[in-house]
Each structure stands twice: as C-alpha cells, then as structure tokens.
Design a protein around this ligand. Sequence first.
Ligand SMILES: [Zn+2]
Length: 251
Amino acid sequence: MIYDLTTMTSPEAAEAMRSSRTVVIPVGSIEQHGPHLPNGTDTFAAELVAKGVADRLDAVYAPLGPYGVTPIHAGHPGTVNLRRETFEALLSDVCIELISFGIETVVLVNWHEGNIASMNAVATDLQDRYEVTFVAAQACYVAQRLYSAEGGELTHGGGIETLAVLAHDPTLVKVDRAGEPTRPPGAHEMDAMRRSHEVYGFITDVSELAVDGWYGNPLWATEERASDFVDVVADGVVELVHVVRSARSNH
Ligand SMILES: [Zn+2]
C-alpha cells in the first residue's frame, strides 16, 4: 500500500509515518530526449518505479519535484537544469523535514545519472547527522541489468527509456519521429567509460555521445513488454533495499 504524502490528511500522514518509518522519494530530470520521447521521461520513470517500491514496502511516497542536475543537456530546448547546490538543498530539506516526523529509512529512487553524485553527497551527509538509513537506488541501472538478457539497453532515449514512457502513457511515445541516431567518433568509448568503475571521463554536452541528443533502439520497447515494467523494476529495487536494511540492522 502507498501512503501518498500529497493526498493524505495531516493525521493520516502522522499515522503512516509512525507505522511505516520509511519514505520513498522519486528523483528524475526534465531534459530533451530526442524527437520521439517527452522531456519528462526520467521523472515519469522515477515516479512509476518509486510508487511501485512504496507500495511493496507499505511506505510513504513523497514527491521531490521533477527537476534534476543535467548540465550535459542544458541549452537543448525542453531541458531545465538545476545547479547542484539547488538540487542538494532541495533534497536535503525534504529529507530533513520527513526525518523530523520519525522517518528512519529514506529510499531514493533515481532515474538520471546526473543526479547520482549529488544524491550520494546528501545521503552521506544526512546519514551521518541523523539516526537514519539512506538507500540510493539507481532504478535505471536495475532496469538495465534486468532487461539485458532480452536485449534491453539503457541509452538516452533508447529501448529501456521508451519502455518506461510506454508504461507511463503510450500516447507520449512517438517512435515514428525517431529516425536513425548518429554517434560521433569516440562516443562508444566515452559511454562505456561512464558506466565503468575504473576511470571516468566527463562529458560536457550530450552531442559528444549522440549528434541528435539520443541513441539506442526505441523499437525494442513494446506495449506488451511495458505492461509489467513497474513490477519488474520495483521488485528489483525492493530486493536491494532489503539487502541494505538487513546489513545495517546487524550493526
Ligand atoms: Zn532519460
């Protein structure tokens, strides 16, 4: 069951926070996703999965706001980029308020790589200052792992992101407008490096990865596949939340 902070009354929220002690917060981004997907793709994906996670954990669901840290898409129409300081202040304030009502576990469900450094900084800081356990779940990477066996790829505007939007609202997917993406020289290498643990190269603009701002294969996503997107990814995230919780409870 989801206890949605925005629709509960104050006494209901007090009771839900007391009984659950857990809050799930979606973290996304509003940014260009090529000619075929909406700018809110990452936020829609984060909210869908976060609601599925809250439901499975009988947790409070608290929205953060749709924007994220996305300098590599800044300036491309449709993108709204938050400064890291703004995002970190917003996330900190929301978490601190919820912790003050007795929340003991904060689960961040993220679908945008540009938010990761800031999320981790806030989580590290607040877990140090308060009696709270943070779990920063990268739902996009969980989806990548779970769909890779059937050919799903996590790329900007590709198969797995198209799948997420189909699960949210199929009328927002316009694959007939996609065309063929063009990758500049070095794009594959930079992309592989972004996902590795050994070295990290920093991309300034999305055009370093893809000339038209997106790449991948949106045709991989089908409505049939999208029908259990939330179940697949939310189950995957919840499994990892339990790993963190039981590891920390042994301390
Ligand atoms: Zn995206």
